[in-house]
Structures are given as C-alpha cells and as structure tokens.
Design a protein around this ligand. Structure first.
Ligand code: SF4
Length: 192
C-alpha cells in the first residue's frame, strides 16, 4: 500500500525525472518505507547514542546523536522528549548537515577594500583585522553623553548579530563583550 495514490506518485516521479525502475516499483504500489526504516536501523545498529539538543532555536527539541568511532553517522529527534516527541522541524531535521557537509566553508575568505575577488586569508590575521576595525569604529563613534547631558556611553555604529548555533555560554560572553564596548544593537538570529 502506498502513502499517496500511485497515479500522483508516478506523475511526481516522471516530473522529477527519476529512474524508471524506482518509478515502476512505486507505480505497482510498493512502499519503500519498511526498507528505508530497516536501512536506517542497520546504519545505527552499532552506533553509540548520545542525547543532545537541536541548536537552532529556543524550542530546544531533544535529539539523539549516533556516532561510530567518534564520527557522527545520524542525528534524529528523541522520542523520549515530552515536547518534541521524536519530531524535528525541517531545519532541525537537517542538523546532520551542520556537521557533515562538503559545501561548508572551512577557510576565511576576504575581499579587500575596492577589491573584486575573494581571497583566502589566515584565520589569525582575520581575527586581528576584525578586532582592529571594531576598536577603530568604536573609538571614532563612542558617545559618552548626549547634548542634554544624559550619560549614555554607547556607540550606534556597531551591530552584533548572533547565530542560531551559538550556545548559551557563547551568547553570554558575546553580550558582555558588546555591552562593555558600548554596543546597544545586539540581536540573535534565533529570535528572528
Ligand atoms: S529549529 Fe526546529 S527542531 Fe530545532 S529546536 Fe527549533 S523547532 Fe526544534
């Protein structure tokens, strides 16, 4: 028995240009769900299961991370969780790709002022450059008091935007650093 009508599935496969053998099997009413479930079970049979959390938003869905010899082989929702009950939203369901992704950038790319191309630069050089520009911008724009004498000690020239994969500890340090510099525009993408 198929999940959808065989007609709509055939139409979908034809439109997607899928292989004819797979299309024929599905067209005959064969469900691949049991085979997929068995393949998944085999893939994680020898794996170590470690409970964790999805890092992407404040819902904090529980996950199970499967590893073999320290390598992540699978991440899925934890059915023991009382609030996500084993489910993950599409973003959370793709967490595995956060760890294993050939498209992930692993080098710092820099485009010089008035440059037209990206070039690879050393991470330490890039960190020093960021620090240098933050200090320069802060020194040039820091306001201690407004014209009416109100004490503000701020700069509105720097904006801090966190990412969904930053953890509590990082966000705590980040906001302390930013507030120490006088940055008042602090936001995190996980709230947007
Ligand atoms: S991003 Fe999705 S899976 Fe992750 S915690 Fe938020 S709702 Fe849950």
């Amino acid at each position: 028995m198929t999940e959808f009508s065989s007609l709509s599935r055939r139409e979908f496969l034809a439109a997607a240009g899928c292989g004819t053998a797979l299309g024929s099997l599905l067209g005959l009413g064969l469900s691949l769900r049991p085979a997929q479930a068995r393949a998944q079970a085999l893939r994680i049979r020898e794996a170590k299961a470690t409970p964790s959390l999805c890092p992407y938003c404040s819902v904090g869905c529980a996950t199970i991370v499967h590893t073999i010899d320290g390598e992540i082989v699978n991440i899925e929702g934890d059915p023991r969780s009382p609030h996500n009950e084993g489910t993950l939203c599409p973003k959370g369901a793709a967490i595995y790709q956060l760890h294993k992704n050939p498209n992930r950038a692993t080098k710092v790319l820099y485009r010089r002022p008035r440059g037209t191309a990206w070039e690879e630069v050393d991470l330490n050089w890039a960190m020093d450059r960021v620090a240098e520009l933050v200090k320069k911008t802060r020194d040039e724009t820091f306001v201690e008091r407004l014209e009416d004498g109100t004490l503000v000690n701020h700069t509105t020239a720097i904006f801090a935007l966190g990412g969904a994969t930053l953890d509590n500890e990082w966000n705590h340090l980040q906001q302390k650093l930013m507030r120490g510099l006088g940055v008042v525009a602090i936001e995190n993408q996980a709230r947007i």
